[in-house]
Write a protein that binds this ligand. Structure first.
Ligand code: ZN
Length: 486
């Protein structure tokens, strides 16, 4: 459908502004990011962003930076707007100030201290790529336009939303009673231009506890995962009554898996297996190694007796395996030519009062209705429960629709700027697996901050943006704002 989207050429004034930004603001922009990263703006369960002291402190920092740069700042609670210029016609940039949870043990320095030294050339820290670096970029792009006193026909507004990772309802509420810019770019995804996003979904169910008292081999426990939108890198299993032969067999099997590290430890009569894979954003499972599915697959040496852990592992091996796209999950797998395949990945296990809850994250392209998918998933539940004599509790299927942008007049400008600054010719719109809040804004498409085909590190335990990319983004955002607002 986007077989040939034309590119607009970059104006001289945009090129000039972009160079000025690069020559002038490299150092200050790093300092801006350093301050923004300090705040652990993760959502706290049960606490509104507007009552969260860390969120308030982050916003005070943002307000101070805006003021110092001569930009205007309006606090609407969950939504903060930093703006420059006047006019009914507006160009919007959309970013978010909240971050995902983090495990500090996995970082060389504190994830809330911008780390420029551990890996030279990289700015490491929670929220660097997702989504605080783009906020600093946007501030200095606006500052540059102000410095050069470039005459604009449109006002520029940066929207910083404080709950993108946890709750979109406050943003929907805001949008109901406020007018938004007529065209928007979301700075929370990748280049060249994202015009389609998969729909987000969660399939969850609880495997009931059952006490097993036996001298034979069984699975005492199975646990793993961290949060819903992260491909998990940790998982653990505890086996009761594992013989030396079984241990040897498992160790042999472990060697055949790529990208996984295992440790085997005897604890009294139990065998504890600890699995380490690689975390990634759950919309990009190709970049991770899922510790839960790999450990389950390692344990696929027998049919496990049906306590919570045993039936859970049986279920994963029957319906998921280590496949990424739901190929083994009944009939659910499908794909779209432009948007790619649906991904189907277990991400987090939670202990509940009655058993073990499995959460499977899915990202779906257009091509199937919610109803069809729902009924295909239910079929798997029904069949598997019958065959295994397990009664799954709390079965839930939550699906959102994919988003496809068909308008957006700014696309030729964005593609032109991208090609000019990266040297990548004939760039064309793409589709991604992640979901941004683009869909809530008129004529919105995503533009950066990550390069296509490069590993996306947001949501991982190794989040960074390279200095090169940070500066390239400054140049591209500056040029785009000039050409869209002038
Ligand atoms: Zn984000």
């Amino acid at each position: 459908m986007y077989s040939c989207v034309l590119q607009a050429s970059v104006s001289d004034i945009a090129k000039h502004a972009s160079k000025h930004a690069l020559d002038t603001y490299q150092h200050e922009m790093v300092e801006s990011l350093r301050q923004l990263v300090k705040y652990n703006t993760v959502a706290v369960d049960g606490v509104l962003s507007t009552d969260n002291p860390v969120h308030q402190a982050f916003k005070r920092e943002l307000a101070a930076q805006a003021k110092q740069l001569g930009l205007d700042y309006t606090d609407h609670g969950y939504v903060v707007i930093v703006g420059y210029g006047t006019g009914e016609e507006r160009v919007g940039m959309i970013a978010h100030g909240d971050v995902q949870p983090v495990d500090p043990k996995k970082w060389a320095k504190s994830p809330f201290e911008l780390d420029l030294t551990t890996e030279p050339g990289k700015l490491l820290g929670r929220g660097t790529e997702d989504d605080k670096a783009p906020i600093s970029n946007a501030l200095y792009a606006m500052k540059t336009i102000k410095d050069l006193n470039i005459q604009l026909k449109k006002r520029i507004e940066l929207y910083v939303y404080m709950a993108e990772e946890s709750d979109w309802q406050p943003l929907r509420d805001y949008i109901k009673d406020h007018s938004l810019p007529q065209i928007n770019i979301t700075l929370d995804s990748e280049y060249p231009v994202v015009t389609a996003e998969k729909g987000y979904g969660t399939i969850s169910m609880t495997f009931p506890d059952k006490v097993i008292q036996s001298k034979a081999l069984y699975l005492r426990e199975f646990s793993g995962g961290f949060f819903g939108s992260q491909i998990p890198e940790d998982a653990q299993a505890v086996l009761a009554n594992a013989s030396a032969t079984v241990v040897k067999e498992l160790q042999q099997r472990a060697k055949t898996q790529q990208g996984m590290k295992y440790s085997f430890q005897r604890k009294n009569d139990d065998l504890v297996i600890t699995a380490l894979g690689k975390a990634a954003h759950s919309s990009k499972p190709e970049y991770g190694v899922n510790a839960i599915t790999h450990l389950a697959s390692l344990l696929d040496i027998k049919r496990w007796p049906n306590n919570a852990g045993g039936s859970l592992v049986n279920f994963i091996n029957d319906n998921l395996g280590i496949a990424l796209y739901g190929e083994n999950f009944g009939q659910i797998a499908y794909q779209d030519d432009f948007m790619g395949p649906m991904s189907v990945q277990p991400t987090v296990l939670k202990k509940t009062n009655t058993g073990m809850e499995l959460n499977i994250n899915i990202r779906r392209p257009r091509g199937k209705t919610e109803l069809q998918l729902q009924s295909e998933i239910e079929q798997v539940f029904t069949q598997w429960q019958q065959q295994n004599k397990v009664n799954l509790h709390n079965k839930k299927i939550e699906l959102t629709d994919p988003f496809v942008q068909t308008g957006a007049p700014q696309i030729p400008t964005l593609l032109g700027v991208f090609s000019h600054y990266t040297g990548i010719e004939n760039a064309q719109p793409i589709s991604i697996g992640g979901g941004t809040n683009s869909r809530l804004f008129p004529n919105a498409v995503s533009f950066g901050p990550a390069m296509p085909g490069k590993e996306y590190t947001g949501h991982s335990e190794h989040e960074f943006i390279t200095m090169e990319q940070f500066l390239l983004n400054l140049q591209m955002y500056t040029a785009v704002l000039v050409d869209l607002a002038k």
